[in-house]
Design a protein around this ligand. Structure first.
Ligand SMILES: Nc1ncnc2c1ncn2[C@@H]1O[C@H](COP(=O)(O)OP(=O)(O)OP(=O)(O)O)[C@@H](O)[C@H]1O
Ligand SMILES: [Mg+2]
Length: 282
């Protein structure tokens, strides 16, 4: 049965998508695990990164299904013959087989139209969890890449998740969204007392090596103080800045396959990944 982890931070551009796809690749390629990555962001960056932007467009043009279809499966079509049909879960899963080693990553792609769900969200917040319940036997790990806003989609992610991973940048206002996240998780748990969700940790991402600026040191302290207050762990292993993450996203690649990724960058990501997998017991 899969462990399900959502990557959430109500602050944008902190590395949720980057880490979701790199953790997914790491689990598939280095640990030989079966992984499903669910793109729950209408921006669809995880889909574009894993599939490549061109392949993602072709997939949509060819009528490929996405996470939006999970949320809209019972939405009336407006035609007389449009009676609701059961969605076959395998039809929303895109298999990305790649490289000579045959490594296989499964993806539920997203598309901009997912934001339509936000306009009419009534009764839809458990549909993703129902989908996950149908497929989770097939996987060891399910990762959900969330958008930076709190919405019905965040609730849908909570319904599926055992753990929340929070990427952060050590910069001014880094911890400003934490009370919102804390409140959002707490409010959800009050509404669903049987549901256990844990923040498995905050990870500092994209920090510049060398002499840390005063502003970054202060931000780091601020984040750590808030984390202590909420009893959230901070990962011991940080993820430093490297252009390899950008190249990896552009070429839809695991970090260890990017041209010119230094051994050090790979080792640093691996160290974080091992700590992460230890925390979630995988
Ligand atoms: N460790 C890193 N080193 C260098 N660049 C990074 C690193 N982590 C992320 N980036 C870059 O920062 C940008 C934002 O990252 P990403 O898209 O993963 O953030 P996000 O939290 O998913 O954003 P959003 O909230 O918009 O979904 C991307 O261009 C990505 O390539
Ligand atoms: Mg993102």
């Amino acid at each position: 049965m899969a462990v399900c982890v959502s990557l959430i931070n109500m602050k944008g551009g902190v590395g949720k998508t980057t880490l979701a796809s790199q953790i997914a690749w790491y689990a598939v390629r280095q640990m030989d695990r079966k992984v499903l990555l669910i793109d729950l962001d209408p921006q669809a960056n995880a889909s574009q990164s894993v599939m490549s932007p061109q392949e993602w467009v072709t997939y949509l043009d060819d009528g490929g299904l996405t996470v939006a279809d999970i949320f809209e499966q019972f939405t009336p079509t407006g035609t007389a013959s449009g009676s609701p049909k059961k969605l076959d879960p395998s039809r929303v899963i895109y298999d990305r087989v790649t490289y000579e080693d045959g490594s296989l990553l499964h993806l539920v792609p997203s598309r901009l139209e997912l934001s339509w769900t936000l306009r009419n969200p009534t009764g839809k917040e458990t549909l993703l969890a129902r989908f996950v319940a149908k497929v989770q036997e097939k996987y060891n790990l399910i990762l959900i890449d969330c958008s930076p806003t709190d919405s019905i989609l965040t609730d849908a992610a909570y319904h599926c998740s055992r753990y929340i991973l929070v990427p952060i940048r050590a910069e001014f206002l880094a911890s400003i969204g934490f009370p919102l996240l804390n409140r959002s998780i707490k409010a959800f748990q009050m509404r669903h007392e049987d549901k256990v969700i844990e923040v498995c940790g905050l990870v500092f991402n994209d920090f510049v090596r060398g002499n840390e600026k005063r502003e970054h040191r202060l931000a780091r302290k601020d984040v750590k103080d808030k984390a202590t207050e909420y009893r959230w762990d901070v990962f011991k292993k940080d993820i430093p800045h490297s252009d390899s993450y950008f190249w990896a996203a552009r070429d839809g690649m695991p970090i260890d396959r990017t041209k010119g990724a230094h051994g050090k960058v790979k080792d640093e990501f691996a160290a974080f990944a091992e700590e992460f997998f230890g925390k979630i017991g995988l």
